[in-house]
Design a binder for this molecule. Structure first.
Ligand code: ZN
Length: 236
């Protein structure tokens, strides 16, 4: 009885050893072949590993810049009771940054007219704002009207729209996209090859409760939208 168990265990041991050996061999083949073909770069490897967590020592795969709308400049929209847009945008920008950092991104949270915007190179720039205190509901996302990278900008906008709608539960309110959004000052300040988007999280009027208590969902939506873009997903 004991001998039979032992023989079985030994067979299992041999089999597991072979399976492990074959997996390692396959991994070596993939790495060598990928490096030889130029399809496996340290950046790409870091990107793949970054999906499962932050690995110390690996270069950060992504540089992301967020603008905390109005911060360092003015208060943005103000409601009758004193609620300020900048309070919301700053909190959501900080939460978004924390979420992205947990996924291995390098994140800068910038002021509205931050001097670092000039010539800024990043894999994505997203400015976070909220709409006025009127009785409307909905969010919207816009990219630059003038751009040398229209496909990248459109894909970033589309990724943000999809992920933010899912996470926040809000519907889009596209009829109020203005030239203030598509001609947003930061789009022209950053390096031309930096993809950019601006999001209006919702209206301080009818979306007020969500803007105050649903910030974690909003931040997750923005972060997931940015990750969708960085990972090369999202049709437009
Ligand atoms: Zn604003």
């Amino acid at each position: 009885m004991v001998a039979m168990h032992f023989a079985r265990l030994q067979r299992l041991h041999t089999w597991l050893g072979r399976a492990l050996g074959l997996s390692l061999l396959a991994l070596v083949v993939v790495v060598v072949w990928g490096s030889y073909q130029g399809t496996l770069t340290p950046g790409r490897a870091a990107r793949v590993l970054g999906r499962w967590g932050v690995f110390p020592g690996l270069p950060s795969p992504w540089q992301v810049a967020l603008i905390a709308g109005h911060r360092g400049h003015d208060s943005g929209a103000v409601c009758a009771d004193g609620l300020q847009e900048v309070t919301i945008t700053t909190a959501v920008a900080d939460r978004t940054a924390a979420y992205l950092r947990r996924r291995g991104a390098d994140v800068l949270v910038l002021d509205e007219y931050d001097p670092r915007l000039t010539g800024l190179r990043a894999e994505a720039l997203v400015s976070i704002h909220a709409d006025s205190c009127i009785d409307l509901t909905g969010f919207k996302v816009a990219g630059p009207a003038e751009t040398v990278i229209p496909e990248a900008d459109r894909r970033l906008v589309h990724c943000l729209e999809t992920a933010y709608a899912r996470a926040s539960g809000l519907k889009q309110h596209p009829n109020t996209i203005t030239r203030n959004m598509t001609g947003y000052h930061a789009f022209q300040r950053v390096a031309p090859e930096t993809p950019g988007a601006i999001i209006e999280l919702g209206f301080l009027g009818a979306d007020r409760a969500l803007l105050q208590t649903g910030q974690e969902h909003m931040a997750r939506g923005i972060a997931e939208g940015i990750l969708c873009f960085l990972e090369g997903q999202g049709e437009w």
